[in-house]
Design a protein around this ligand. Structure first.
Ligand SMILES: [Fe+2]
Ligand SMILES: [Fe+2]
Length: 298
């Protein structure tokens, strides 16, 4: 059963523009931002404490290798994209993920300086994804990318829709995570739409989501355990209870993402079923109002 519908472009960018361009060939901006993360705050940049700080740091470790995999998966199918609008969005997608990649590499270098085995953890993800590419077909890799992009989009939606989650965090960290959250939503349908253009089908994308879920959360738990060990808290039940609380208590990342997660399994699902470009636009207005101070240390 091939899915044929496509609604990649948010309604706002489909609107006629004053310059007469109907916006049909438009991608979205690639913002070349840099974030001046405070090396002294790596372990305590989130006011909710070290467990939640570590959870965000944990996610950062996935991005350099993960986003390179996303770009490769999408580019491998670029020839099957005929729609000029989607072609432009593919270019924007690769540009945005490229900048995310760079900024998370800078973030992760600071984590490495804190004594975490970042190089080894990143290399393990790189090897895992290389194995995935060797074992699965290119289109299945693209289905996995679409699945993982659903994760980044729904997590990003959570961060944007509940600003209190980052409000009192160290400013540059708060800005970095909001920027990434916003751009993940801006480009949330690109990999999915390329997957459809490549002839993707429901059973394959559902299976890819199941595989991606199992691998991703196993790695999240492994990363958290390794980082807790470095901090001397690996064997403490209280540390694990705090981690469990992040997932199912407060803020309850897993609890809040369960419903959007299962939406992906609807046969007619499309990422823009949740029309959240107002959240992205509100973030872009904050960026514009920051007068170049966005991402500054304080
Ligand atoms: Fe990204
Ligand atoms: Fe992304």
């Amino acid at each position: 059963m091939a899915a044929t519908h496509r609604r990649s472009t948010p309604a706002s960018t489909n609107a006629p523009r004053p310059d007469g361009d109907d916006g049909r060939d438009a991608g979205f901006p690639v913002r070349n931002l840099r974030f001046e993360l405070d090396p002294a705050r790596l372990r305590d940049w989130h006011p909710a404490g070290p467990a939640l700080t570590m959870f965000f740091n944990n996610l950062s470790i996935f991005f350099p290798a993960g986003e390179r995999f996303f770009i490769r998966s999408v580019r491998a199918h670029a020839k099957q994209v005929t729609d000029p609008e989607l072609k432009a969005q593919v270019r924007s997608f690769c540009g945005q993920e490229g900048v995310h990649n760079r900024e998370h590499q800078r973030y992760n270098a600071l984590l490495a300086a804190q004594g975490y085995p970042i190089a080894e953890m990143e290399a393990r993800i790189e090897r895992l994804l290389a194995r995935v590419e060797k074992t699965l077909s290119p289109r299945m890799c693209l289905a996995a990318t679409a699945a993982l992009e659903h994760f980044t989009a729904t997590m990003g939606h959570l961060l944007l829709s509940e600003p209190a989650l980052l409000e009192d965090a160290a400013p540059a960290m708060r800005d970095l995570w909001r920027w990434h959250a916003a751009e993940e939503n801006e480009h949330k349908a690109v990999a999915y739409d390329v997957y459809l253009a490549a002839g993707g089908n429901y059973p394959e994308r559902a299976l890819a989501m199941i595989i991606a879920t199992l691998i991703f959360w196993a790695k999240v738990i492994e990363h958290q355990a390794r980082m807790m060990k470095v901090d001397g808290r690996g064997g403490r039940p209280r540390s694990w209870l705090r981690f469990a609380n992040i997932l199912v208590g407060e803020p309850g990342v897993l609890r809040k993402l369960t419903r959007p997660y299962f939406e992906y399994f609807k046969p007619g699902f499309h990422p823009w079923d949740v029309d959240n470009h107002a959240l992205v636009e509100a973030w872009a207005a904050q960026l514009a109002a920051s007068n170049g101070t966005y991402g500054a240390k304080a």
